[in-house]
Design a protein around this ligand. Structure first.
Ligand code: UD1
Ligand code: CA
Length: 489
């Protein structure tokens, strides 16, 4: 096996990305849970280069801020004015004056390269004992890329930028991907001699290839096995394209790992998502962050999950969950909104039009319909009736409510926190609970009902209601028909 560990990787990321028309630097735009630059860093990390050099310029503080977390050992090279890719590479090689050996150069806006492809370039470079090796690709639509020119024998003669290309050259489908392996000393030397007599008045790194060929150096090339890896992102349409390719790659990976994904085209996943074997993901589902779906679980259709764990055999349908842990065999949805700090126990249920936040819901407990559960601890096997509201906010502070095991909260109750409903306690439907309910008691927090007989005949005479009541045989057309204690007011 050829030794391919590079002395350095150089990433060019100083450009503004004018075509993005964005306040955010291009390389910090995100796709599938990582920035463009983050994807590049992830691909180069396993190469174990001695040094990582990153050229920054436009919006440098923002990008540096990102790098402080993402690649703390990377060395930043400053390019104050963006005078081209050749200028950027030249500054980096001047910065790293003592660098010798192989330097892998790539752009910060090509997020789809795999480590395998970069390794193939380094391997070819070593085998060919080349001064420079470039990665090319044959594109279905090569427009706007630099085109690779070759002589009659097929040897590379140079790269011509799209804007400088003749109509005949524009027909060439083989493009420059922006990935190169160089001998550091050789490229440092040649970059000193690059002119900027081109359409953009810039120093093109691509010109280094033609110069090296003319100077009789050994220039090798590798054609990418999959052109999709080489897509560059210059505008938002290309960003969407790249995102789609990354999505395809992630989804295909998890299908190979044993997940059933019924509609790959409408399933979106970030790079940190994990699926265990035998999960099923239905259409229009988005899994973000560090989401984990355990074996036998079903998610979708129409779910958005972020940083959420779905337990073995659980089901989540048409719902949104963020920062949530869902137990084994639990069910969520349809139309549930589970917010950060929600934990649903094994076999638990959160049903339609239920919102939860900082809610620990015990094993086997059910919150089936139309409920808000905020700042709550619910024991095991409790039942929370339809339309219950955990009244957690008094306008200033949040308050916690605890519900004991196997407690039963009747429908339409307001549990005014901070409150404790004991194990096995009941709450009568329609209660406003402002005092704790001890274990085994029933709390009834509402006024007694009274019926005023004949009210409709007096106050709604001549209406459909009065007719219906009369047909039902109700009396009371006359005054004074109410029994004692049911006075009309
Ligand atoms: C470049 C190549 C083109 C190739 C394509 C592949 C050149 C001249 N052209 O074109 O042949 O097909 O990439 O995606 O190299 N940058 C700097 N400093 C600068 C200018 C650019 O750091 O002064 C960085 C940018 O931030 C970017 C990368 O270099 O990450 C490429 O620059 P960009 O302007 O996107 O070049 P392309 O037009 O895509
Ligand atoms: Ca580009």
């Amino acid at each position: 096996m050829t030794e391919v560990r590079p002395a350095a990787v150089l990433v060019l990321a100083a450009g503004q990305g004018k075509r993005m028309k964005s306040a955010t630097p291009k390389v910090l735009h995100a796709m599938c849970g990582r920035t463009l630059l983050g994807h590049v860093l992830a691909a180069i990390e396993p190469l174990q280069a001695d040094r990582t050099l990153i050229v920054l310029g436009h919006e440098r503080p923002q990008v540096e801020n990102f790098l402080a977390d993402a690649a703390p050992t990377a060395e930043v090279v400053v390019q104050e004015e963006q005078q081209g890719t050749g200028h950027a590479a030249r500054l980096a090689l001047e910065f790293a004056q003592d660098l010798t050996g192989t330097v892998l150069v790539m752009h910060g806006d090509t997020p789809l390269f795999t480590t395998e492809t970069l390794t193939a370039v380094l391997a070819r470079h070593a085998e060919a004992r080349a001064d420079a090796t470039m990665l090319t690709a044959v594109m279905p639509d090569p427009s706007n890329y630099g085109r690779v020119t070759r002589d009659a024998d097929g040897h590379v003669t140079g790269i011509v930028e799209d804007r400088d290309a003749t109509d005949a050259q524009k027909q060439i489908a083989e493009i420059c991907t922006g990935v190169y392996a160089f001998d550091a000393a050789t490229v440092r030397d040649v970059l000193e001699r690059i002119a900027s007599d081109n359409a953009q008045q810039e120093e093109y790194l691509t010109d280094a290839i033609g110069l090296l060929v003319r100077e009789g150096k050994v220039v090798a090339s590798v054609v990418a096995a999959d052109w999709r890896e080489t897509l560059g992102v210059n505008d938002r349409a290309q960003l969407a394209d790249a995102r789609r390719h990354m999505r395809d790659r992630i989804v295909a990976h998890w299908m190979r790992e044993g997940a059933t994904i019924t509609d790959p085209q409408t399933t979106w996943m970030g790079v940190r998502v994990r699926l265990e074997p035998d999960v099923t993901i239905h259409q229009n589902t988005q899994l973000h962050g560090a989401t984990l779906i355990r074996s036998g679980a079903t998610v979708g259709p129409d779910c958005t999950l972020r940083d959420t764990e779905v337990g073995n055999g659980a089901t989540v349908t048409k719902s949104m969950c963020e920062g949530v842990v869902i137990g084994a065999d639990a069910t969520v949805g349809p139309f549930s909104y589970l917010r950060p700090g929600t934990r649903l126990g094994d076999r638990g249920k959160v049903g339609a039009f239920v919102e939860t936040k900082k809610a620990d819901i015990g094993d086997g407990s059910k919150v089936p319909h139309l409920t808000y559960v905020g700042d709550a601890t619910i024991g095991a096997d409790a039942n929370i009736g339809a339309g219950t509201v955990f009244v957690n906010y008094d306008g200033v502070d949040k308050h916690h409510t605890t519900i004991g095991d196997a407690a039963f909260v009747g429908s339409g109750s307001m549990l005014v926190g901070p409150r404790e409903i004991g194990p096995g306690a009941y709450v009568a439907a329609g209660s406003a609970i402002t005092e704790d309910v001890p274990a085994g008691a029933i709390g009834i927090g509402r006024s007694r009902q009274r019926n005023v007989l004949g009210w409709v005949f007096r106050r709604r005479a001549g209406t459909k209601s009065a007719d219906a009541a009369r047909r039902a045989g109700a009396g009371g057309t006359m005054e004074g028909s109410s029994p004692p204690g049911t006075d009309e007011k």
